[in-house]
Ligand binder design. Structure first.
Ligand SMILES: [Zn+2]
Length: 233
């Protein structure tokens, strides 16, 4: 009886741990162009911001990053680059890395291969107009990476960038929960998922105000995703 109960407890703890880490959906972790993190022993991490740019929130995040001398990676939606070109320009001119997050952020599990490629191509053109360079990093909406998406990304010369730490800022998670979650889970080589735009009241900026100095105090250095992946062993 006791051994059965302890086995059940072990299973429950395992399931709880799985939900806390909330990895993105990816059946293809071994595929060579898909990355959740960088395998390195160094105390380095990458902050990533999805779904912008946004005229107010992106600017506030840029000011905070600048204050701490940090460069990050912004996975932009093409339509938002068109709607807020000045905000997109500010990100680029501040020296941050820019990745492709499709043109309209569709629910891609319902989009055809042709449609996904078109979404990526349209956003890519806008990023090239902005930076003068073809982006090399792609983050699928909702982190959904099927075999088909990985293949399209590879054909278009992209690495698919997922994450190891989802702050769930997109769900309106309170500042302290985001902060404690990151500080508990973060490891060298991690890619952290934030958003510079969320449709409901977000606490991203307030959480970053606590997380950045705390991680710097622990000796972490912040890199762009490309810089982080270049350290892969
Ligand atoms: Zn997104």
């Amino acid at each position: 009886m006791n051994s059965r109960r302890s086995k059940l407890l072990r299973i429950l703890s395992f399931l709880l741990a799985l939900t806390l880490f909330s990895f993105p959906i990816c059946a293809l972790e071994s595929v060579k162009n898909v990355y959740h993190c960088s395998h390195t022993d160094e105390k380095v991490i990458a902050l990533t911001f999805d779904d912008g740019p946004h005229p107010r929130y992106t600017k506030e995040i840029l000011e905070l990053l600048d204050m701490h001398g940090i460069r990050a990676t912004f996975f932009m939606i093409g339509e938002n680059i068109s709607n807020y070109p000045e905000s997109a320009k500010m990100v680029f001119e501040a020296g941050h890395e820019i990745g492709n997050h499709t043109d309209t952020h569709p629910c891609i599990r319902h989009v055809s291969s042709h449609g996904i490629a078109e979404e990526m191509r349209t956003a890519e053109k806008k990023i090239i107009e902005l930076t003068g360079e073809k982006p090399r990093l792609f983050r699928p909406p909702e982190g959904l990476c099927s075999h088909e998406i990985c293949q399209i990304a590879e054909e278009m010369d992209y690495s698919v960038i997922l994450w190891t730490v989802d702050t769930r800022d997109w769900a309106g998670t309170p500042t302290d929960v985001i902060t404690k979650g990151v500080m508990k889970r973060v490891r060298g080589g991690d890619i952290l998922l934030f958003h510079d735009y969320v449709s409901r009241r977000g606490h991203t900026l307030d959480a970053l105000r606590k997380i950045i100095p705390a991680l710097q105090k622990e000796g972490y250095t912040f890199l762009t995703v490309s810089e982080l992946l270049a350290l892969e062993k």
